[in-house]
Design a protein around this ligand. Structure first.
Ligand code: SF4
Length: 275
């Protein structure tokens, strides 16, 4: 039996804590990954315009974390460097990271991103190409004594896959193993595959600490809603304070949207349990 008061208290704590914004600076992509339901993606494939980004920057709270992520590759938007600079000059308390497949990540790009003020790089490794990119990125960052800013997410399917990949990482990267994180592939709200309902995944912390802003400035209910079917509003129509009020109405809920019943994302519980 779930203790709804306990759930509400934890969700409230997450909502009052530092907020994370997944900003989809590009919805175009340069890779087909087995872990991403791009085949079902029907939203506009484009880059976030300067006007939308500027409006978003005004909209964001003074202190939060922005992660350039979403259903596209952030480095495809050439404005990303200027965007990072703008954030750091207008709202310097905001920390910034990118979540990238790394194809466009070379020494010059890394240097430029860091010069602009980027705080962290998150690299997604889903195949052999990902390991090659991880190796060259680590080599460069280690040579400049900055390897701590890199987090390498290795995605695995099941327990066997986890053991195989862990062994591979220990063998290939014995000195930098602490940079690696292993993440179980989830079904993106049912878009990737169906899953058997699990009682322990019944609640969600993600919604209360994370907001997905898509390439057109729409506030989506969750980054798992790939086509924005349950869109909340556009940033032009709702302030951040109004969004927080709206989220307060969901405190104590174990399901946020129709997607939640189909969602196998274990992070929803991990975030919840961290407070
Ligand atoms: S349960 Fe899953 S789909 Fe629902 S809001 Fe949380 S992360 Fe998103």
């Amino acid at each position: 039996m779930f203790d709804l008061l306990k759930i509400k208290a934890k969700q409230q704590k997450l909502l009052e804590g530092k907020q994370l914004f997944d900003v989809e600076i590009s919805s175009r992509c340069n890779k087909i990954c087995s872990v991403c339901p791009r085949h079902a993606f029907t939203r506009k494939k484009t880059d976030m315009s300067v006007q939308i980004f500027d409006a978003l920057l005004q909209w964001l709270p003074m202190e939060c974390h922005v992660m350039f992520a979403g259903f596209g590759e952030p480095l495809l938007n050439n404005d990303i460097f200027a965007c990072i600079r703008k954030i750091k000059s207008i709202k310097p308390q905001i920390s910034i990271s990118i979540y990238t497949n790394g194809i466009l990540l070379n020494n010059n790009t890394i240097k430029k991103l860091l010069d602009c003020g980027l705080d962290w790089i998150q690299l997604s490794v889903t195949d052999e190409e990902g390991f090659v990119i991880a190796q060259r990125t680590l080599e460069f960052l280690s040579s400049t004594d900055q390897s701590d800013i890199l987090r390498i997410n290795v995605l695995y399917r099941d327990d066997d896959d986890f053991c195989r990949l862990k062994e591979k990482v220990s063998h290939l990267f014995p000195d930098t193993i602490k940079q690696f994180y292993f993440k179980k592939i989830h079904n993106r709200g049912g878009a990737l595959y169906n899953y058997d309902y699990r009682e322990e995944l019944k609640t969600c912390g993600t919604f209360f600490m994370d907001t997905f802003i898509d390439v057109e400035g729409n506030i989506q209910i969750c980054s798992n809603d790939i086509n924005g079917i349950n869109k909340i509003a556009n940033i032009q129509e709702m302030t951040f304070a109004q969004l927080v009020k709206m989220k307060e109405n969901f405190l104590g809920n174990i399901q946020i949207s129709p997607l939640c019943k189909k969602c196998s994302d274990e992070y929803r519980v991990r975030h919840f349990n961290e407070v």
